[in-house]
Write a protein that binds this ligand. Structure first.
Ligand code: FES
Length: 136
């Protein structure tokens, strides 16, 4: 994990215990999340949508490194939102700054699926960062 923000309420979450799939829009790429491989990286809560997106090089921007201090990791969860932790007030505060906010919006770094449902997640056009996330 990239770190935590000591000035906010910490999110309560439990990570997945079984494999599940996430379809990332608009490309439609489907990835399978293996709980035994979590966390995939260092940014965002372990097992968060940001962690998954960076692990599979989906190009989700994350300017603050995943500590709930920006809104560049804004995603829209079209399916599977019920399998995710509840958003904190701090997350809602950051989401208020996000362009294109919807009722299904979450911060990718704070939204942790528990694996009980497959998911469909859209990365808004303005939060896609393919320059930083290429596979090596
Ligand atoms: S990366 Fe900044 S709030 Fe998620």
């Amino acid at each position: 994990m990239g770190g935590t923000n000591p000035y906010i309420e910490q999110a309560q979450y439990k990570t997945a215990t079984k494999k599940f799939k996430v379809k990332f829009l608009p490309e439609g790429k489907i990835v399978e999340v293996d709980p035994e491989k979590l966390p995939y990286g260092h940014d965002g809560l372990p097992g968060s949508l940001l962690d998954i997106a960076t692990g599979f090089h989906m190009g989700l921007d994350h300017a603050c490194g995943g500590v709930c201090a920006c809104s560049t990791c804004h995603v829209i969860v079209h399916e599977g939102l019920e399998s995710c932790n509840e958003a904190t007030d701090a997350e809602f505060d950051q989401l208020d700054e996000a362009p294109g906010l919807t009722a299904k919006s979450r911060l990718g770094c704070q939204c942790v699926p528990d694996g009980t449902s497959d998911m469909v997640v859209e990365i808004p056009e303005w939060n896609r960062n393919f320059a930083k996330e290429r596979e090596h």
